[in-house]
Every structure is written in C-alpha cells, then in structure tokens.
Design a protein around this ligand. Structure first.
Ligand code: OSB
Ligand code: MG
Length: 380
C-alpha cells in the first residue's frame, strides 16, 4: 500500500542566524582518561525566522581535540564559512534536510549537529510541539544516572558515589584509566555490591590489556564504555568475544553507518548515543531506530552541556530504545547558573520532560550576554 503523508508541517525559513561563543566555568573540574575540563568555550547557534522566533543549538566541542578531532575554533569555521551561508534564507520543510544538505562535509559532526539541533528546536516551536514529541518520543519522565570524573583518591570517589545514590541516581558511571581501574572498581563493588555500576575508559586501553580488562568481568558491571581506541571498531569486536561484560561504544560511533558496522561485527552490545558526536538529532534518531531493529539498548551520554544541550538530550532520551539511564543530570551538577530557565531539576533520579514547544526551556538572554565572548550575526 502506498504510504500517505497525513501530517503537514509548517516549513521554516531562517532569516537571521547568530553565532556566539560562550565561556563558562564548571563548578568543579571534570577529569577523564584524556584530560581535565575546567573552563569551556563553546559555540551556541541561534536560528531565527521572519516572525522573530528562535531555535537554539549548543556545540559539544571544546578547546582541545581530545575526545574527537573537533574544537570550538573548527566548529566556528565550519559554521561561519560553510553551514550558515547555506542555510540562511533557505526554506526548510523538515529538519532531516539539514543532515542531507551537509552530507558533503567530511566529519565535523559536532558543527553540523549545532545547526541541526537549532533547526529542530525552531521547527518544533513553529509547529507548536514539544521537541520530544516531534521526534516521536513518548516518555514523560526519564531516568537519570551520573558520570563521575576521575577523583584524587578512591575515598573521594566513594563519597561522591554515596552522595549520588542518596540523590536517587539510577546508574553510576565511573571513569577508569590505566592504574586506576581494577583496584578502583573492586573497592567500589566491595562498598556498593549491588548498585547499577559501569566504567568508562575513554579509549585508554589496547588489546594488549585484555587480561586486565577481563578481570572486570568479576564485578558484574552493566557495561564497559569505549575501552579501546576512539576509531577502532575491529579490535572492540575481538575484545567483546573475550569479555562477558557488555561493551558500550561511545567515541567509535559517529554515524548510522558506524553503528551498523559495530553491531554486525559484534563490537558492542550497547550504544551510547551522543547527539553532537553523530551530527544532530536526525542522525541520533536513525541510530536509535537501527538499534531498536537489532535489539541493542541505547542511552544518552553527556558532554558537560549547559541547559541548551541538555534539553536536546532530554528530548531524544524519550524515545523507546533509550532503555538505560543517561548522563543528563540537573544544571546545578556542573554550572553555578545555567543559561536556560527554569533550570533542569532531577528528583529521586527522575527528570520531568518539559511540555512546552521546542526544547521546552526558555533561553535566558541576560545569561547568554553575560557569558558571550564572541558574537557574529548573519542576515538576509
Ligand atoms: O566519555 O562520556 C564521556 C564528558 C566529556 C567527554 C566525554 C565524556 C564525558 C562524560 C560527561 O562522561 C558526562 C556528563 O556530561 O554528565
Ligand atoms: Mg564515554
């Protein structure tokens, strides 16, 4: 039978686009196996239509290319010189067109995601629907875990975990790195034998460490995230065959194609979907749908976002295959003050999905101005 499109969406036309860079300081530094983040300078894109309505996107790229190859400056270049000139003035029937339009760009997915997410927000607002509903998400609350950076001592880590468990967090993710791995997880498990626990290595190991990684099987972790190299799907497949603990891929999955390869090679049993890493909400949803077909559970990872990025994370997390609690916690976890209003709150490990059109939170222009260190406007 021929599929009939019953729903007609209001198209959007971008008559003005504002690129800003914001500089904000995290309340406490966040350490992973690849480095420590304290101050963040990142791109924020505002796309505006002829009625003056705005859609917002936040880039997850930071100053140094440690997580992947992108940086704030490369994002600025790709946005200013390639993406913005092409979407300015364009009539967009559906946000999926943004990814299609920029298919010719190799990589630079965090830059593309910034525009894609802003267009999704505006599109949902113009069509008077909450972003999560526009994406097809059904959940009204989402379960929230926490990602705890590498601490100075195991004692500090145990205190942090206890604090987050008291708050009701549904999953505890601990960062590991060579020398701070089996010993750390062993101690965490001794003190907290039954909590939903996982470890994230951020690419710190190689197949040579297979015996060490196998020792983690004793601690019934929910998963081990990205143990091997950031771009390595093949070695993860070899490792997964040797490990009982499910491997979850983060850095290695940059697209629907990567996800398909990883699933078919058996490189992971779980995928961490980060919207920025894969080029925006449209691609994130495609990966979600693929994982649903293959019965691979997914969850939404964080990148220390402010409220704008968090709002997009919340929206995608309402889709049905997001079966594992994600990283997206309250604004106050990382920021002294957020740039959205109201700030995101989590109670007993649950977050209420906002029901207002678009991202569902208001962007606080006073705060935006306060933290803006660079601004460029593009008009028709
Ligand atoms: O690997 O998930 C990661 C932060 C920066 C870069 C990579 C990662 C992270 C986190 C932070 O784990 C999670 C969060 O935003 O809460
Ligand atoms: Mg990770």
């Amino acid at each position: 039978m021929k599929e009939v499109k019953t729903m007609q969406w209001q198209p959007i036309k971008l008559t003005k686009i504002v690129l800003r860079k914001l500089k904000m300081s995290l309340r406490t530094p966040f350490t992973t196996s690849f480095g420590t983040e304290k101050d963040k300078t990142f791109c924020v894109l505002e796309v505006i239509n002829e009625n003056g309505e705005s859609g917002w996107g936040e880039s997850v790229a930071v100053d140094l290319p440690l997580y992947n190859e992108e940086t704030t400056i490369t994002n600025q270049h790709i946005l200013e010189d390639i993406i913005i000139p092409q979407i300015l003035g364009k009539e967009i029937q559906h946000p999926d067109e943004v990814g299609e339009m920029f298919k010719f760009i190799r990589r630079n997915r965090m830059a593309i995601a910034t525009a894609d997410n802003a267009v999704w927000d505006l599109f949902a607002k113009v069509n008077q629907k909450p972003l999560h509903a526009m994406l097809g998400g059904q959940k009204e609350t989402i379960e929230v875990g926490v990602s705890i950076g590498i601490q100075d001592s195991i004692k500090d880590l145990l205190i942090k975990i206890e604090e987050k468990l008291q708050e009701g967090r549904k999953k505890i993710k601990v960062k590991i790195s060579p020398g701070k791995d089996v010993n750390v997880i062993k101690e965490v498990r001794r003190v907290f034998p039954d909590i939903p626990l996982m470890a994230d290595a951020n690419s710190a190991y190689t197949l040579k460490d297979i015996n060490l990684l196998k020792q983690l099987d004793d601690f019934h972790l929910l998963m081990i995230e990205q143990p091997l190299d950031y771009d390595d799907i093949v070695d993860h497949s070899r490792l997964q065959k040797e490990l009982e603990t499910p491997i979850c891929l983060d850095e290695s999955i940059c697209s629907h194609r990567d996800a398909k390869k990883a699933i078919e090679l058996g490189s992971c049993k779980i995928i961490n979907i980060k919207i920025g890493r894969v080029g925006g909400l449209s691609e994130a949803k495609r990966i979600h749908d693929l994982c649903k077909d293959y019965n691979i559970p997914v969850w939404c990872g964080g990148m220390l976002e402010t409220g704008i990025g968090r709002a997009h994370n919340i929206a995608i997390s309402t889709l049905s295959q997001f079966q594992i609690p994600g990283d997206t916690g309250p604004s106050s976890q990382y920021w002294a003050e957020d740039i959205i209003s109201p700030e995101i709150e989590v109670k007993n490990g649950l977050l209420q999905v906002p029901q207002n059109p678009g991202i569902g939170y208001a962007v606080d222009m006073e705060k935006i101005d306060k933290y803006t260190v660079y601004k460029k406007e593009f008009s028709l």
